[in-house]
Design a protein around this ligand. Structure first.
Ligand code: ADP
Length: 553
């Protein structure tokens, strides 16, 4: 994916730049509808019903808002430190502002901590602080909405993020302190918003109207420029702000009315909303990131495994021809070392070295072809001939280990379409495993190979030995890459054989043979020219060769 100029790599994981999903949009709409429903229920005559002042309400509400908005501010500042966008800095400061202004608002509220409020507050102080708060926050939101689409390349530099955060906190705190000081100091001079500690004056709707207008402007601006999850939820918050104002102001502006209490509740709920959404989104993104990280780790491990498997395959496959080359070279040297060198025999040994060398090259090509599917051309061949050829290749080893070979084949065997070198690799692997298994056996050593026509029309080959046999518990594990019970084994033989056979539309499996050695079988479809039926039909419509066929995937 190409990077978008000015965009940060991690932007897709940041809430303020993440586009809202349809569910989030629906949820936001549902919340607005609930708020409106609440508004219509409480608005009207019910709104002005005067209730008793609940002493603990204001401090509890203010403390909850303080905690809520502080956490939101911290989370937004954290997002700013990643994205470094000025818009995010504005909205983080906005939440810090609402959190901080709660303190003087609560302390100066008449009858909460002192009958006339603390900090030397006058009658008008709390109401004006409320207006500062409700005009201040939408102003921060407007700043956010205005800045958010500015050239994203113009970010705060990474090195100054910390300093900028500290500076914003200091400025916001100073602004709150200054506003508090000014409002308290000029209390007697300020237009009267309060008639007494409960009733609001006729000026109040104008002040509240001004603050609501700011909230509405923020709402419209956000709506026009909405793009992210954060924009969406700020729209909801702005709706709640307007509803709160209207509930407090109409029809009778007074404290402790149903509308006043309901307005607080809506205000608090809207404050919580952004926090909940932030927390939910951050957790979801964290899980997504964690999953992505784990997937990346698994992919890296798989790649390592493949690299491991490729190198092990090459090692495994060239080991046999290399050993043959060494044996032939040693024989050649011995033949030349004699008093009268046996030149003819030596020549034969060297020819075999050449043949083995060529075969090694082909084997390597074969392994590469296995990882590059269909890279090799397949030819129509007679399995029985290939089988004899491979046994001839291993004749020396079979003789040295005193192993007798019994070959049985059906008179007429259909040809199969296969890669000659790859199929020979399968035979070599099966035979060398059988040889290894019988090497430690004192009893009769017999390698049995049968090739027959299978009921499906394909060719089934069975390789049986009188060796140690396979532990039934390990029957399904022996096909796993890197599984070996041999001290010098690589555990790649079977996994390579199975890949080769399956690449030829066949199947390879082990048959439980009791304690008398092991049997491995593979089935290959006949060449289409020999049998007109489709391979898949042939492989699927026949009963299993052996009821105890094991180790198949
Ligand atoms: P490797 O030969 O390097 O161990 P393979 O994948 O060819 O790798 O074989 C995996 C394991 O299967 C062997 O280590 C051995 O335990 C078991 N095995 C394979 N062939 C035979 C056999 N003919 N008789 C008994 N065990 C066998």
């Amino acid at each position: 994916m190409s990077a978008v100029p000015g965009r940060l790599e991690n932007e897709e994981f940041i809430l303020s730049s993440l586009a809202p999903s349809t569910t989030q949009k629906r949820l936001a709409l549902a919340v607005v509808l609930i708020l409106l429903l609440g508004f219509f229920i409480t608005a009207g005559p019910l709104s002005s019903v005067q209730l008793a002042p609940v002493g603990a309400f204001v401090p509890a509400y203010a403390a909850a808002m303080l905690v809520n908005d502080s956490i939101t501010a911290v989370l937004l500042f954290a997002q700013f430190s990643i994205l470094r966008s000025r818009a995010l800095l504005a909205i983080s400061s906005g939440y810090l502002f609402t959190a901080l202004i709660m303190i003087p608002w609560m302390l100066t509220f008449p009858g909460v901590f002192a009958p006339r409020g603390m900090l030397g507050a006058g009658l008008q102080t709390t109401a004006w602080l409320y207006i500062v708060w409700h005009a201040g926050f939408p102003t921060f939101v407007i700043t956010y909405a205005t800045l958010k689409d500015r050239n994203p390349a113009r970010r705060v530099s990474e090195s100054s993020v910390r300093a900028v955060i500290v500076f914003s906190i200091a400025v916001t705190a100073s602004f709150v302190c200054a506003a508090t000081f000014l409002v308290i100091a000029s209390d007697p001079l300020l237009p009267h918003l309060m008639l007494d500690t409960v009733h609001l004056s006729s000026l109040w709707p104008y002040a509240a109207g001004f603050a609501s207008l700011l909230s509405l402007s923020a709402l419209v601006l956000l709506w026009v420029r909405r793009r992210s999850v954060l924009d969406l939820w700020l729209i909801v918050v702005m709706c709640a702000f307007v509803i709160e104002m209207v509930l407090i102001s109409f029809p009778v502006p007074a404290r402790y009315t149903v509308g006043w209490y309901a307005g607080r509740v809506f205000g608090f709920l809207s404050g919580c909303l952004v926090l909940f959404v932030l927390l939910h989104e951050i957790t979801t993104l964290y899980v997504r990131l964690l999953r992505a990280m784990l997937a990346q780790r698994r992919e890296r491990q798989a790649r390592l495994m493949t690299a491991d498997a490729v190198s092990a395959s090459i090692g495994h496959e060239i080991k046999q021809p290399l050993s043959a080359m060494i044996a032939n070279a040693a024989a050649g040297v011995r033949l030349l070392d004699r008093g009268t060198p046996d030149l003819e025999e030596a020549k034969l040994a060297f020819r075999e070295i050449v043949a083995d060398g060529l075969r090694t090259g082909e084997v390597i090509d074969g392994i590469r072809a296995m990882f590059k599917k269909n890279a090799r051309t397949r030819t129509s061949l007679n399995i029985h001939e290939l089988l004899r050829e491979t046994l001839a290749l291993l004749a020396g080893e079979l003789q040295a280990k005193r192993i007798s070979v019994r070959v049985q084949t059906d008179e007429v065997l259909p040809e199969v379409k296969a890669d000659r070198v790859q199929l020979q690799q399968v035979f070599v692997n099966l035979f060398t495993n059988a040889i290894d298994s019988m090497s430690s056996n004192d009893g009769p050593r017999v390698l049995g190979v049968t090739s027959e026509v299978h009921s499906s029309g394909g060719v089934i080959v069975s390789v049986t030995d009188t060796g140690t046999g396979v532990d039934p518990k390990q029957l399904d594990r022996i096909f796993n890459p890197l599984f070996t019970t041999k001290s010098h084994g690589m555990g790649m033989g079977f996994s390579i054989c199975r890949s080769i056979i399956e690449a030829h539309d066949g199947q390879l499996w082990a048959v439980a043979n009791g304690s008398s050695g092991a049997t491995f079988q593979f089935l290959l479809p006949a060449h289409p020219a020999d049998h007109p039926m489709k391979t898949s039909e042939r492989l699927n419509d026949h009963p299993r060769v052996c009821p105890q066929v094991l180790g198949q995937q």
